[in-house]
Design a protein around this ligand. Structure first.
Ligand code: GS8
Length: 277
């Protein structure tokens, strides 16, 4: 007889004689079968529990960033939409932690956020979010339309629009309004005006698109919409929020996407500029 059969039979025999069963059998073979099933269930349960625990320990994602930062909040929103488990490690930008060797080893550009997934280290918030959306495609909200190639392609188009058209216009305005004063500089109105004009043109195209579809990539919320949240959230606290509010479809879209529970969790910590003197 094979070794494993002998060893399994002995183990089963041990349990049959020692583990009390909630029932008794007069028929010995029925008793043996019931004990065998009980032992099998105990072994199966123990093995699967320890596999699951070690899996969970291995799989825990680590996100390095700052809760109030736009790029970190982009990834955080994505993680919440996907209901992913992760550990958040706060990086102190004011102390320059992101320019120290341990952090530079994770992102040589010395910027947050960074995501670690086991031996994989990623930076760039949009790439990290796309990874999270793909890795957890079957859990939480589907942000990438992974079951429909054409819809998925539209999501990619509008993700590019956000990064190539929207972000270059909105980010200098947010920077001038919130960051420049913290650096002891006055906001440069010429930069703000130039970018408000650029942003207006982009938003005219959004207004048209959103009059024909509920969201940017189609009639479904996606990673493309999500990418807009962080900067628009801060932009809405500037005196130029009318750029969004004066365009009815853009306004409705903004109210919709910014009230999703995943973003509300993140937005409550986005208080950049508010705690400063
Ligand atoms: C930009 C990262 C970035 O600007 C991304 O991840 O999307 N394209 C990159 N990070 C900022 C905080 S964003 O609010 C940062 O780390 N700033 C500190 C610095 O540049 O020194």
């Amino acid at each position: 007889m094979e070794d494993w059969v002998i060893s399994f039979t002995l183990t089963a025999d041990y349990y049959i004689n020692t583990v009390p069963l909630p029932f008794t059998f007069t028929n010995t073979s029925a008793g043996f079968l019931a004990s065998f099933i009980t032992v099998f269930a105990i072994v199966f349960f123990t093995v699967s529990l320890s596999l699951k625990l070690s899996n969970l320990m291995e799989m825990a994602l680590k996100l390095y960033g700052a809760a109030m930062s736009t790029c970190t909040s982009r990834v955080l929103t994505c993680l919440h939409e996907k209901e992913a488990d992760f550990e958040f490690i706060s990086v102190n930008l004011f102390a320059g932690e992101h320019k120290e060797p341990p952090f530079l080893a994770k992102n040589p550009f010395g910027q947050i956020p960074v995501l670690e997934d086991g031996d994989l280290t990623l930076f760039e918030s949009r790439a990290i979010s796309a990874y999270v959306a793909e890795k957890f495609k079957e859990s939480g909200y589907d942000l990438i339309r992974y079951q429909n190639v054409k819809e998925g392609a539209q999501v990619k188009v509008w993700m590019e629009v956000e990064s190539q058209q929207y972000h270059p216009a909105i980010s200098p305005i947010v920077f001038q309004f919130f960051v420049a004063p913290l650096q002891g500089k006055s906001p440069e109105q010429a930069i703000i005006d130039e970018n408000l004009e650029k942003l207006g043109k982009v938003l005219d195209i959004y207004e048209d698109k959103l009059s024909r579809a509920k969201y940017l990539a189609g009639d479904f919320y996606s990673l493309a919409d999500l990418f807009h949240l962080s900067y628009t959230y801060y932009f809405m606290k500037t005196p130029w929020a009318n750029q969004i509010n004066d365009r009815p479809h853009v306004k409705a879209w903004w109210e919709d996407i910014s009230s999703r529970p995943a973003f509300l969790k993140v937005a409550s910590a986005m208080n950049f500029g508010e705690k400063q003197n």
